[in-house]
Design a protein around this ligand. Structure first.
Ligand code: NAP
Length: 299
């Protein structure tokens, strides 16, 4: 049986659905039973647990052969890194106690660094803690920059008439659709070909910079000359806090952007068939960005 954390989330629901479609037993873990009903309807066992609760997670992992583990984001937390560390402590302790043999973890490019990468430091720590579990085979999927991060631009474009962010306009990023991450994780859990402790980067379909991203978005929403503006941190901090993120979380996001701009945080593997995934940014924009942008217009 496979246990899936964050089973209602961007990546977790794809992992769970893919495994169920292949006739596998799945225990779907989340905080909200209603959110997990679609997976229950597809045959998953539902388990309610908070990722910071080691004893609930130990029960969630009971009799599991394998698990997909991830740290859910908590962007309103006033101490985001402490939340991440509580969650990774609980996950690692529960895996150890329950004796789960095969783990696929959701990590990030940049998780090789122990500091200076904002929220990615929490994923570095998750990797380290899972690597200390001698009896488990662990595959850390170091995903690229989520295409979903660009959804925040829908509001910026409406309000400012431009895309805006902290990242350099010419900085190429390995941009990935979260469906492709879920599919890669499900594939790893089906094949169970990893041994010991391994990392694998996932780079998405191709590298793109924010100038290119903005042109693709602009073309899709009928604004072919849409500009991208790299704004100063102070301006972005105020806007992001106004959107509901904690000042602490915004500080970490800006630290990560600085690490991307300086090259401190970067992909380490050369791009190749093993880390390239199928979904182009144009497909993400058509299927997710444009509907989100139109919904905002309607609201
Ligand atoms: N953004 C990027 O560019 C990027 C790149 C690489 C890696 N990452 C990492 O990817 C991860 C996010 O993955 P994702 O997008 O698949 O996650 P997600 O969709 O944001 O969240 C997963 C699910 O976790 C559940 N959840 C939230 N808080 C919880 C808690 N305290 N206990 C138990 N469950 C909880 C939520 O469902 P319920 O509300 O139903 O419980 C949520 O649907 C993060 O660790 C992030 O650092 C991000």
């Amino acid at each position: 049986m496979h246990v899936i954390l964050g089973a209602n989330g961007n990546t977790g629901h794809v992992v769970a659905k893919t495994l169920l479609a292949r006739g596998q037993k799945v225990r779907a873990v989340g905080r909200n039973a209603t959110h997990l009903q679609p997976l229950a309807a597809n045959g998953a066992e539902i388990f309610i647990a908070d990722v910071t609760d080691a004893s609930a997670l130990t029960k969630a992992f009971h009799q599991a052969d394998s698990a997909y583990v991830m740290l859910p984001p908590n962007p309103t937390s006033n101490d985001f890194r402490a939340f991440q560390d509580r969650a990774s402590d609980a996950i690692a302790a529960a895996i150890q106690k329950a004796g789960v043999k095969n783990i696929v973890s959701l990590s990030s490019f940049g998780a090789d660094k122990s500091s200076g990468t904002g929220p990615v430091v929490g994923l570095h720590n998750l990797e380290q803690k899972l690597n200390q579990i001698d009896a488990a085979n662990v595959l850390h999927l170091r995903a690229g920059y989520f295409m979903e991060n660009t959804l925040a631009q829908a509001g910026a474009i409406r309000m400012m008439g431009s895309a805006i962010g902290p990242v350099r306009p010419d900085l190429k990023l390995p941009m990935i659709d979260t469906h492709d991450i879920g599919a890669a994780a499900a594939d790893a859990l089906l094949r169970l070909a990893f041994r010991g402790k391994q990392t694998q980067e996932l780079h998405g379909q191709r590298d793109l910079n924010y100038t290119e991203v903005t042109t693709i978005i602009g073309t899709a929403i009928g604004k072919p000359n849409l500009p991208y503006i790299q704004a100063p941190d102070d301006q972005l901090r105020a806007a992001m806090v106004q959107m509901g993120m904690s000042d602490n979380f915004v500080g970490l996001i800006l630290e990560m952007a600085g690490a991307l701009n300086s090259g401190h945080m970067r992909a380490l593997e050369p791009r190749g068939p093993g880390n390239t995934t199928p979904t182009p940014f144009e497909t993400f924009v058509a299927q997710s960005f444009v509907p989100a942008y139109q919904q905002q217009a309607a609201a």
